[in-house]
Design a protein around this ligand. Structure first.
Ligand SMILES: [Zn+2]
Length: 253
C-alpha cells in the first residue's frame, strides 16, 4: 500500500539517516546552501486535516516543512493553519488569484494582497507558490508578468526562483512520482533523469545514495491516508458488495 502516512514517516527517517538536513523553502532561499538538503513542500489543495497529520509526523521528527494553503472555502481553516504554524512549519499562500477573479489582473493583485495579510496573521510568509489546477483556464503565474511579488515582501516562488538543474524536483502529482504524462502545470526543467516507481522505491534510492545532494519533495497531503481509515472503508465497501451479491444470488435462485 503506497501513500500511507507510515510510508511517509519511513521516507523522512531514511532521508535523515543519509545525512540530509531538512529546510523550509524560506530557509533554503535565505540560508546557507552547503550540505545535503531536502525541502519538504506541501501543496494543500484539499482535505486540510491531512496537512495537520503530516505536520505532526514531521514535528515529531524535529523537522520543519513548508505548507502552501489555498484560500478556497474547503481548504482555508484557521484552526488547522494555526496548529500547523505552531508545530514550527512555514505557512504560505498557494495562490490562484487569476482563477478566482476569472482573469481580471487588477482584481487578482488586490485579492493576492488581501490574502497575504490573512496568512501573515499566522506566519510572516515570505514565499508563495502557485496552485496549478490542470482544469483551470488561467495560469496563475501570469500575474507576475504585470506585477512583481517582491513588491509584496515575497522573496521566492518555487517555479521562478529555484535552479532545477541543481535541485532535483519530485512531486506526487497524479498519485505517481514525477509522472509527466499527468501533471500539466506542475512541471520544471529538471537537470535529473531519475525514474521513481513508488514511495518504497524512492526510499530505496535515498538509502542506496542514488539521490542528488539537493532535493525538493512536493507532496499533496490529501493523497496520503491513514491505512486504518482506508482499511475500514474497504471493509464496509466489501461487505456491502457481498450483501448485494447475496441478494442477486437469491433473486436468481
Ligand atoms: Zn495545488
Amino acid at each position: 500500500m503506497d501513500y500511507t502516512l507510515a510510508t511517509y514517516k519511513e521516507l523522512l527517517i531514511t532521508i535523515r539517516a543519509q545525512g540530509y538536513i531538512f529546510q523550509t523553502f524560506e530557509d533554503f532561499i535565505t540560508g546557507e546552501r552547503s550540505g545535503k538538503t531536502v525541502i519538504l513542500r506541501h501543496d494543500v489543495d484539499r482535505i486540510p486535516i491531512n496537512a495537520l497529520k503530516m505536520a505532526r509526523i514531521e514535528s515529531e521528527q524535529g523537522i520543519s516543512a513548508s505548507y502552501f494553503f489555498r484560500v478556497v472555502r474547503h481548504v482555508w481553516n484557521e484552526d488547522i493553519i494555526r496548529k500547523v504554524a505552531g508545530l514550527g512549519h512555514e505557512i504560505a499562500y498557494h495562490y490562484e488569484d487569476l482563477t478566482i477573479t476569472k482573469g481580471d489582473y487588477q482584481q487578482a493583485i488586490d485579492h493576492f494582497e488581501r490574502q497575504l495579510h490573512r496568512f501573515r496573521r499566522f506566519y510572516p510568509s515570505k514565499t508563495i507558490c502557485m496552485h496549478g489546477s490542470p482544469m483551470a483556464k488561467w495560469d496563475n503565474r501570469k500575474l507576475w508578468e504585470r506585477y512583481n511579488y517582491r513588491d509584496y515582501g515575497i522573496i521566492a516562488e518555487p517555479y521562478f526562483d529555484v535552479d532545477y538543474s541543481r535541485v532535483f524536483y519530485i512531486t506526487d502529482t497524479g498519485r505517481a512520482w514525477n509522472n509527466s504524462g499527468i501533471s500539466v502545470r506542475d512541471k520544471v526543467n529538471s537537470g535529473f533523469d531519475i525514474p521513481i516507481e513508488s514511495t518504497s522505491h524512492l526510499i530505496r534510492l535515498f538509502h542506496d545514495k542514488q539521490m542528488p545532494g539537493q532535493v525538493m519533495i512536493n507532496t499533496h497531503p490529501h493523497r496520503w491516508f491513514d491505512p486504518g481509515l482506508m482499511w475500514c472503508r474497504e471493509l464496509v465497501f466489501q461487505n456491502l458488495k457481498n450483501v448485494v451479491k447475496s441478494i442477486i444470488v437469491k433473486a436468481n435462485g
